[in-house]
Design a protein. Structure first.
Length: 609
């Protein structure tokens, strides 16, 4: 393994190459293997269809490049790395290999893939930071001649790698800030003293001073440090105070000038870094007594601060008392809830929450639904009075008729002919009676009178048949059976049904209810019925009787019949046999119960044995 200085020199050289080729990638991977403690390293480029092309690879003997680029985990990790700037895959095989993917800045869809041994898991945070620090080395803009980071700045950034590792390995906030303060001085000759301040709410306090394990907060020096750092943090502006130089226009530097005068230092540099929450952040104050603080140190501190601020925020929050942490979490959740981010998600969350509350606390009307039809028991049949043929049909199914209205006329030509014959025969027999009476023949007279009486009886019977040939409506109602076109000219026999006439003033409902709901219903319950042809009409009814015997009409299973009285006078357009939907009211019940009680009953049946 190469020494750290050789690795740094090699990375510095790669940053200033004139062009990028296969040899460049190969040299970069050799440095990455040593710097990131990896067993294998690849540079891959992602193309359409989630296919990958290898620019360069330095592999362990146990790793195969074609297995890596064709593995499904590579596409998933590169997608996560685009949004998070890195992605880590957990071991999925017996070798326990960790996978780290970091996108290379300045290169579109080009990624650095590292395979780490399982024993490097405890240093994964350090390795991620190192990989991100070198991710900008193959920069096409820099290669093309664009302004790039200077050699001194790059050297200074690379010298802070070990300091980053110490900070990320610290498990306590106080340890991390002391390591930061002392590390800044030890890793840079241009820094004589470093002060670390932490702002939380309205106050900023000094948390660490280089070369000082303990200090008294009430001393004038510490108060001067806090005033200078608050000045930078309040303005959200990095402040650099150099000897014989004017301050940046519009930036207040009174506290810094006071510190410079009282402390006798030559150069001051304050860098405020905003934390994740409002009013919280890190302030780094650098002090130098001899020469001014170089620009490369200031640039390196900017980069260092951006990397370590999330880690310090996490450590500081973890050390807070449990009630305070709960309060912070609650405040953060409320801030996210009422903040402007992800509006549609919040709107949907509010809607879902409102629906859940309504389901738990609200009520809905519980109604038993069933199919229903309008029926009547007052139906009269208009049948055939004698064998014959229908001569004329005047009404058809659905017609409204009045009592005595002519419905149908039978063919009575034969009866009229028989009536004429009987009348002629009766005149002849009457003449015989007169002749026998004139001859004083009493026997013949009685015989002739008997024949006349027989003719009168036949004539009376024919008269009845002629009257019955006109079929009339028995009462006011509606024709519910009988087709005029089908009856015209039809030969019928005595007793055949020609028409059925039903009364409209005695209608009720015949309701069919499933067996799973009939136990909710009792006689006297009220409900509403709507016609299938007129769903806008609601007809109230009252359950009069429950038929206790179930019937099986279709595959839906057993059902029970209900008889219900209609509470409104019948309309003229109502007809027996009309169908619709009836709902029997059962009062208000909980929303969740109304929606789910049938499913719960079904699950109970499934789980019962």
């Amino acid at each position: 393994m190469s020494s750290p200085q050789l690795v740094i020199d090699q990375l510095r050289e790669l940053r200033h190459v004139s062009h990028i080729d296969a040899a460049f990638w190969q040299r970069l991977l050799e440095a990455v293997l040593s710097l990131c403690l990896a067993r294998s390293a690849l540079v891959v480029e992602k193309s359409a269809g989630d296919t990958f092309h290898i620019h360069a690879a330095v592999l362990n003997s146990a790793d195969e490049s074609h297995d890596i680029v064709s593995a499904p985990w590579l596409a998933a990790l590169t997608q996560r790395a685009e949004s998070n700037r890195f992605a880590i895959g957990t071991p999925s095989d017996a070798r326990g290999v960790l996978r780290l993917v970091v996108p290379l800045s300045g290169q579109e869809h080009v990624y650095l893939v590292l395979l780490l041994n399982s024993d490097a898991a405890h240093r994964v945070n350090d390795i991620v930071v190192r990989a991100q620090l070198i991710a900008d080395i193959p920069n096409l803009d820099a290669v093309a001649g664009a302004p790039a980071m200077g050699q001194e700045t790059a050297t200074q950034v690379l010298s802070f790698l070990n300091l980053l590792a110490e900070i990320y390995q610290a498990s306590r906030f106080s340890t991390a800030v002391h390591a930061l303060a002392n590390g800044l001085v030890s890793h840079s000759e241009a820094i004589d003293q470093a002060v670390i301040g932490w702002s939380e709410g309205p106050y900023l306090k000094v948390r660490a001073v280089s070369h000082m394990d303990r200090f008294e907060r009430k001393t004038e020096l510490i108060k001067c440090f806090e005033a200078a750092m608050e000045e930078a943090f309040d303005q959200q502006q990095a402040i650099s105070v150099q000897p014989d130089s004017d301050a940046t226009p519009g930036v207040i530097v009174l506290a810094h000038r006071q510190l410079q005068t009282d402390h006798g230092c030559t150069s001051l540099f304050s860098l405020p870094l905003i934390g994740e929450r409002e009013g919280e952040g890190l302030v780094i104050l650098l002090i130098r007594y001899g020469q001014p603080i170089p620009a490369d140190v200031q640039a390196s501190l900017h980069f260092l601060g951006q990397v370590i601020t999330p880690r310090l925020t996490h450590l500081h929050e973890r050390e807070q008392p449990l009630p305070l942490r709960w309060l912070r979490t609650l405040r953060r959740g409320l801030g996210w809830l009422v903040g402007p981010e992800m509006v549609w998600i919040k709107v949907m969350s509010c809607v879902v929450t409102a629906l859940l509350l309504y389901g738990a606390l609200g009520t809905l009307p519980h109604r038993i639904e069933g199919s229903a039809s309008v029926v009547t028991d007052n139906i009269r049949i208009a049948g055939v009075p004698f064998d014959g043929r229908v001569d004329e049909a005047l009404v058809t199914n659905g017609d409204v008729v009045e009592q005595g209205e002519l419905l149908l006329m039978m063919d009575r030509q034969d009866w009229l002919l028989q009536q004429s014959e009987v009348r002629a025969d009766m005149l002849r027999n009457q003449s015989e009676v007169n002749r026998a009476r004139a001859m004083m023949d009493l026997v013949e007279t009685e015989i002739s009178r008997a024949r006349v009486a027989q003719n009168e009886a036949r004539l009376q019977r024919l008269t009845v048949y002629l009257e019955q040939s006109e079929v009339r409506a028995p009462f006011d109602g509606v024709v519910i059976e009988g087709d005029r076109q089908a009856l015209l000219g039809l030969s019928v026999s005595q007793g055949d049904v020609l028409y059925r006439v039903a009364r409209l003033d005695d209608l009720y409902l015949d309701i069919t209810v499933s067996q799973r709901d009939v136990h909710y219903i009792e006689e006297g319950d009220r409900g509403e019925f709507t016609f299938a042809s007129r769903p806008d009409v609601r007809v109230p009814f009252t359950v009069r009787r429950i038929i206790p015997v179930a019937t099986v009409e279709d595959i839906s299973g057993p059902a029970f019949q209900l008889k219900a009285d209609i509470e409104l006078p019948p309309e003229r357009w109502w007809r027996p046999g009309m169908e619709g939907i009836a709902k029997v009211d059962q009062g208000e019940r909980n929303v969740f119960w109304v929606i789910s009680h049938r499913l719960v009953d079904r699950v109970r049946l499934w789980l019962w044995w």
